[in-house]
Design a protein around this ligand. Structure first.
Ligand code: HEM
Length: 367
């Protein structure tokens, strides 16, 4: 018999421990958490064994995938956040749901690997070309320069950290701003009155197309600022953010357990009538006329496009100036009309984008 029985016993013990872990994670913990939160008045869609609420979410998203909106309809939550649309009226603004995104996780890991491989190649090429061309005149070049061995001392950033910084700046700084501009173009082309008003303001404060707007000129674009804030509200480029609790924490009178994920569906929150008023679904930049904090008096931090608090967007002022500068330069030169081929179906792929692109007719703006 030899060691066979010992091996079988070890295997059985390992299996038993695995089964116990699975039981705790998939049965005991969800029940205990749901019970604790229910006692505090927090309800939600029931927990489905193993898949949480993934099936419901998939079903709702599949139904939303075929939705096409009218261009005056800014409520894209049936496409991008159908689960919140269904659950908020049923369970209230604070509710508990279960999401075990295993399949999505696998896709995320695969994409992360691809991005890392691509960035590693770019970094290696930069390092190889250093003697001839230097590290490069951009953010990556600056980081490599700062970490260069010739500067002595400990290396400031590892390869992995440089890659993480590149990813943060690309997704946080590039994708977001470009999608804000996309939605700004969409709203300008569907609101010709605002397009005219803003062009008039740009010409008054910044001059005609031959002059690039300066920082001071951009600061005087009051209507433009209101327009961009309204674009951020209706088409927030980051439509949802998540936070994980590292310890149990009390929030708004509710004790949230350790290791819970808090989801803030910004797009849904930006359409809340109780916060924004009855016209929450409409495009109305003048709602910001009294200032961002006074716009939604019941909730001072209501505009969450850049998040809020200590981990809010570090690039928000830059992004606002960048957006004003680009929209001003475009309006100085062009008139924008939506192409009849455009299909209005905003969709979220981390950032919010037009599912079928944004075909436009661009003509030279008359004097
Ligand atoms: C319209 C443009 C932008 C929008 C809507 C936006 C939105 C956001 C949001 C919602 C967050 C919080 C994300 C989270 O908590 O999960 C964030 C974080 C961040 N953003 Fe932006 N962002 C924009 C532009 C930029 C730009 C231009 C930069 C850099 C130049 C930038 C750099 C960052 C960084 C580094 C963070 C992480 C901050 C931290 O974790 O402490 N963002 N942004």
């Amino acid at each position: 018999m030899g060691y066979g029985w010992l091996l079988s016993a070890a295997l059985a013990a390992a299996l038993a421990s695995w089964a116990f872990d699975a039981l705790v994670r998939l049965v005991w913990r969800p029940r205990a958490v749901a019970r604790r939160l229910r006692a505090q008045g927090v309800r939600g869609p029931g927990y489905g064994f193993f898949h949480g609420n993934l099936r419901d979410i998939r079903r709702l998203r599949a139904a939303g995938a075929g939705v096409r909106l009218g261009v005056a309809d800014h409520d894209f939550t049936p496409i991008a956040q159908p689960q919140f649309r269904e659950w908020v009226p049923r369970y209230g603004r604070v509710f508990l749901y279960w999401y075990l995104p295993t399949e999505k996780n696998r896709r995320v890991w695969k994409l992360d690997k691809e991005v890392r491989t691509t960035l590693t190649k770019i970094i290696k090429n930069r390092l190889a070309a250093k003697e001839k061309a230097g590290y490069g005149n951009d953010l990556l070049g600056l980081m490599l320069e700062a970490c260069a061995p010739e500067h002595g001392g400990d290396q400031l950033l590892s390869m992995d950290e440089i890659i993480d910084e590149c990813k943060t700046f690309f997704f946080a700084g590039q994708e977001t701003t470009s999608h804000l501009l996309t939605w700004a173009m969409f709203l300008l082309s569907t609101h010709p009155d605002w397009q005219d008003k803003l062009r008039e303001e740009v010409r008054r404060e910044c001059g005609d197309r031959d002059r690039a707007p300066t920082h001071d000129m951009l600061n005087k674009l009051k209507l433009m600022n209101l327009f961009i804030l309204e674009t951020l509200r209706l088409y927030s480029p980051v439509p949802l953010i998540r936070r994980r609790t590292r310890t149990a924490v009390e929030l708004g009178g509710i004790v949230v357990p350790e290791d819970a994920i808090l989801t803030l569906p910004i797009a849904t929150m930006h359409r809340d009538r109780e916060v924004w008023g009855e016209d929450a679904g409409e495009f109305n930049p003048l709602r910001f006329d009294a200032g961002v904090t006074k716009t939604a008096p019941k909730n001072l931090g209501a505009l969450l496009a850049f998040s809020s608090g200590p981990r809010s967007c570090i690039g928000q002022n830059f992004a606002m100036v960048e957006a004003r500068a680009v929209v001003a330069a475009i309006l100085q030169r062009f008139e924008l009309t939506l192409s009849p081929e455009y299909v209005h179906a905003p969709t979220d792929v981390i950032t919010l984008r037009p599912k079928y692109g944004l075909p436009m007719i661009v003509t030279s703006a008359g004097a």
